[in-house]
Design a binder for this molecule. Structure first.
Ligand code: OAD
Length: 271
């Protein structure tokens, strides 16, 4: 890591009063959760991104639930890593000092919350919530398997055959409607309240820290140019360049779990 840019970043961090952090799948990679793009982005013979779509649900809701059931099972066995914990300490220090801190995440795994992050905007929903297609009620749901019919399913092995789940085997709301994962799929709008909260956090922030995202999915990726336009400093932590690296004032190349703990360990100026 370049010491000069690290020191410059840390002095910017210490002076900042309003910090926003944007995270993506890379922040959970060291917890054992595969990212969407690149190695690990395949489940069975499907691109993970192609299953996170209304079209995939229309074609075969059982297959989509099998994929999400597998992701739940996997997330349940994973723990927050040093990157998640470093962001919790950063939030605690800045809030104690009277500053504002918002963590905007594209992740649905819940690891930021499990680590202890408090002010989290979940742009893409939650793996641990379900929504009824009939009554639209959103509920917390931590069942793994999601229904008994899904026990033992979900093997990511490309040789594993797809099992056809019947409508009767899909998870159901007490009202009788089919439940779907309460996550945002490609082509679906984000929750207006989440967009508003993220926009408010980015507008007027002194510093935006972008961690472990390829920054190719909008509107999440758009928060980086938004911060830039209104004069914020931008720092990136990623193992490789992303679509927004060119907009960043500080670029730290390497794994988030190794870089963030020491990089963020800075006392803020009192508000
Ligand atoms: P991606 O899989 O597109 O990108 C993961 C990023 O993390 C890449 O830029 C990697 O270089 C980086 N990375 C991997 N391991 C890392 C590590 N240990 N430390 C730091 N960086 C690391 O995931 P996202 O950008 O989160 O949306 O993808 C955005 C959205 O696309 C997801 O929320 C999901 C997906 O389709 C929906 O499902 C709607």
């Amino acid at each position: 890591m370049n010491t000069t840019s690290r020191e410059r970043f840390q002095s910017t961090l210490a002076r900042s009063k309003k910090i926003a952090v944007l995270t993506g799948a890379g922040v959970s990679a060291e917890s054992g959760i595969p990212t969407f793009r690149g190695a690990g982005g395949l489940w069975r013979r499907y691109e993970a991104t192609s299953l996170a779509s209304p079209e995939a649900w229309q074609r075969d809701p059982g297959l989509v639930w099998e994929f999400y059931n597998h992701r739940r099972e996997r997330a349940l066995g994973c723990s927050p890593n040093p990157a998640h914990r470093a962001l919790v300490r950063l939030e605690d220090r800045f809030r104690d000092a009277g500053g504002a801190f918002t963590l905007i995440t594209q992740n649905i795994d819940g690891l930021h919350e499990r680590a202890g992050s408090r002010n989290v905007v979940r742009l893409h929903g939650s793996l641990w919530q379900v929504r009824c297609l009939s009554c639209a009620r959103v509920t917390e749901n931590r069942e793994v398997p999601i229904t008994p019919a899904f026990a033992g399913s979900g093997s990511p092995d490309p040789e594993a055959g797809d099992r056809r789940f019947t409508a009767a085997e899909l998870p159901r709301c007490p009202c009788g409607g089919v439940l779907r994962p309460h996550v945002v799929w490609f082509g679906e709008p984000l929750d207006a309240g989440d967009i508003a909260a993220a926009t408010a956090a980015v507008e007027g922030c002194d510093l935006l820290i972008v961690v472990g995202t390829s920054a190719v999915v909008y509107p999440a990726a758009g928060f980086v140019p938004m911060a830039k336009r209104q004069g914020a400093r931008i720092a990136e932590v990623n193992v490789e360049p992303s679509a927004v690296t060119g907009l960043c004032d500080f670029v730290f190349t390497g794994s988030a779990g190794e870089i963030l703990p020491s990089l963020l360990d800075v006392a803020p100026a009192r508000a």
